[in-house]
Write a protein that binds this ligand. Structure first.
Ligand code: NAD
Ligand code: UFG
Length: 331
C-alpha cells in the first residue's frame, strides 16, 4: 500500500515507518519537525536501505496535504502528528487545541477531497482518566482530565461521527499506553527536545551522567512498593501493532478502538532496577512529592488487540531498557 505517515519523524512515527517499509509498504513521511529532527529520515533510510520521500509541512496546510495525497496515490494514512505533553497542554491549552484538533480536521478534509477513507489514529490511554477498574479495557468509561486528553477524546468523537456519516470510511483509533525503548539498530529512539518529562528518556540521561538524579514522583501510592505503576510497551511492538491494524482495516469497515499495551503494570522502582541491570550503571534517585495529574496505576487489557488484530506484544522490560540504553549510547 501507499501510506502517508504524519508525524513520521517523531518517536513512534519513525519506528512504525521502519516496520511498514520492511513489510513492503511504500511510505511518504510528513512532519513539520516541531518536536523532531530531520536526521531521523536519514536514519530510517539507513536502516531500511530505501529512499523515503519526506515532506516538511504543517498538517494544517490542507492544500499541500491534499496534493501529497494525490501525487503519491496514497491509499491510507497513519496519523501520529500532534503535540503530546500533558503538562505543556495544561500550560498552553489553546496552542494544543489549535495544533492537535486543527491539524486533524485539515487532514480529514484533505483525505475526503481526495477520496481516501482509510485512517489509523494515535490515541492514548489518557482518555480513560482516573481508572475505575483495572486492567483498562476499551469499554472503560472515558473522561478528559487535561487538555491533551480532551484533544484525543474530541478527535476520537469526530472520527466516530465521520464513520457514521459515510460507511466507506475505515478508521481505527489505537490507544497507546506507555511506549518506551528503541529500534535494535540504536539509530532511532526517543530523544525529546529539552529536559525529558517521561520516565525512560529521563533515566537514560541519568544513566549516561547527563542528569544528576531522577525524581521519583510519589512513594506513597497504594501500590506494592509505593511508586506509580504503568504499562510500558516496547516501541517496536507498538510499530508491529500498526502493521496489524492496517491488515485488519483492509478487510473490514467502520470504526474500531483498540488498546496497545503490554498488558501488565510495572512500578517506577522496578524500571530503575532493570535499567541498572542492563546498563551496569547506578541510577541515582530521590523520592519526591507526587506529580499533579498522575494516577497510581494504569495498565491495559489487550485482549481486543489479540482478537481483532491478531497482535500480541513480544518484548519484555529487559528488552525495553536494553534498547533505550543502546540508543542513548549512540547519541
Ligand atoms: P513525537 O512528538 O515524537 O512525534 C509527533 C510528531 O508530530 C513530531 O515529529 C512533530 O514534529 C509532529 N507534528 C506535531 N504537530 C504537527 C503538525 N501540525 N504538522 C506536522 N507535524 C506535526 O510524539 P510520539 O511519542 O511519536 O507520539 C506520536 C503520537 O502518539 C502523538 O499523537 C501522541 O499524542 C500519541 N501518543 C504518544 C504517547 C507517548 O507516550 N509517546 C502515548 C500515547 C499517545
Ligand atoms: N515518573 C517519575 N519521574 C519522572 C518521570 C516520570 O517518577 O521524572 C513516573 C510517573 O510519576 C509515572 C511513571 O513514571 O508513575 C511514568 O511517567 P511518564 O511521564 O513516563 O508517563 P505517563 O504515564 O505520565 O504518561 C504517558 C505519556 C502520556 C500518555 C500516557 C498514556 O506521557 O502522553 O502515557 O498512558 F497519555
Amino acid at each position: 500500500m501507499n501510506i502517508l505517515i504524519t508525524g513520521a519523524a517523531g518517536y513512534i512515527g519513525s519506528h512504525s515507518t521502519v516496520e511498514l517499509i520492511q513489510a513492503g509498504h511504500h511510505i511518504v513521511m510528513l512532519d513539520n519537525l516541531i518536536n523532531s529532527h530531520k536526521v531521523s529520515v536519514n536514519c530510517i533510510e539507513k536502516i531500511t536501505g530505501k529512499n523515503v520521500p519526506f515532506i516538511e509541512c504543517d498538517l494544517r496546510n490542507t492544500v499541500l496535504v491534499e496534493s501529497v495525497l494525490r501525487d503519491y496515490m496514497i491509499d491510507a494514512v497513519i496519523h501520529f502528528a500532534g503535540l503530546k505533553s500533558v503538562s505543556e497542554s495544561i500550560k498552553y491549552p489553546i496552542e494544543y487545541t489549535a495544533n492537535n484538533i486543527q491539524s486533524t480536521i485539515s487532514l480529514l478534509i484533505a483525505m475526503k477531497n481526495s477520496n481516501i477513507k482509510t485512517l489509523v489514529f494515535s490515541s492514548s490511554a489518557t482518555v480513560y482518566g482516573e481508572p475505575k477498574y483495572l486492567p483498562l479495557d476499551e469499554l472503560h468509561p472515558v473522561s478528559a482530565v487535561n487538555p491533551y486528553g480532551r484533544n484525543k477524546l474530541h478527535i476520537e468523537e469526530m472520527l466516530i461521527d465521520l464513520v457514521a456519516s459515510d460507511p466507506l470510511w475505515k478508521i481505527i483509533s489505537l490507544r497507546y499506553f506507555n511506549p518506551v525503548g528503541a529500534h535494535e539498530s540504536g539509530l532511532i529512539g526517543e530523544n525529546p527536545i529539552g529536559i525529558p518529562n517521561n520516565l525512560f528518556p529521563f533515566i537514560s540521561k541519568v544513566a549516561a551522567g547527563e542528569l544528576p538524579y531522577l525524581k521519583v514522583y510519589g512513594g506513597d501510592y497504594p501500590t506494592y512498593d509505593g511508586t506509580g505503576i504503568r504499562d510500558y510497551i516496547h516501541v517496536m511492538d507498538l510499530a508491529e501493532g500498526h502493521l496489524a491494524a492496517l491488515r485488519y482495516i483492509n478487510k473490514s469497515a467502520g470504526y474500531l478502538t483498540v488498546n496497545l499495551g503490554a498488558g501488565f503494570g510495572v512500578s517506577v522502582l522496578e524500571v530503575i532496577k532493570m535499567y541498572e541491570l542492563v546498563s551496569h550503571k547506578k541510577i541515582n534517585y530521590e523520592v519526591v512529592e507526587r506529580r499533579p495529574g498522575d494516577v497510581a496505576m494504569c495498565y491495559a487489557n489487550v485482549d481486543k488487540a489479540k482478537l481483532f488484530l491478531n497482535w500480541t506484544p513480544k518484548r519484555n522490560l529487559n528488552a525495553m531498557c536494553a534498547s533505550a540504553w543502546y540508543f542513548q549510547n549512540k547519541l
